[in-house]
Design a protein. Structure first.
Length: 105
């Protein structure tokens, strides 16, 4: 497993995205959380194609904090079944990756 991760989620409001970002960083579950949006989303829900506006939060964390971050996001998320997707960071500047480690301890 990779030592460093990018974790993504989306919310329906900027306030919810900011809250998730701040609370995860305050609890040292992520080194940072970036809120991007608004973004237009097309998705299938209960058999229907829907469109809406969401805000995406991108977190940087370590692999050993990923599960705790996911649990935090799910328990504080406004959606019943939120998207939480993680990607390995395959490469990055040593100084930046070390900062992620320090910030999540």
């Amino acid at each position: 497993m990779a030592d460093f991760m990018i974790v993504l989620t989306t919310t329906d409001t900027q306030a919810a995205a900011r809250s998730l970002s701040r609370s995860a960083v305050e609890k040292s579950l992520a080194a940072s959380g970036q809120v991007t949006g608004p973004i237009e989303t097309t998705y299938r829900h209960l058999g229907e194609v829907c469109q809406g506006v969401e805000w995406q939060v991108t977190f940087r964390t370590t692999s050993d904090r990923r599960t705790a971050l996911e649990e935090h996001l799910v328990s504080h998320h406004p959606y019943d079944s939120p998207e939480v997707i993680a990607f390995a960071i395959d490469a990055g500047r040593h100084e930046h990756l070390e900062w992620i480690t320090r910030a999540t301890r």
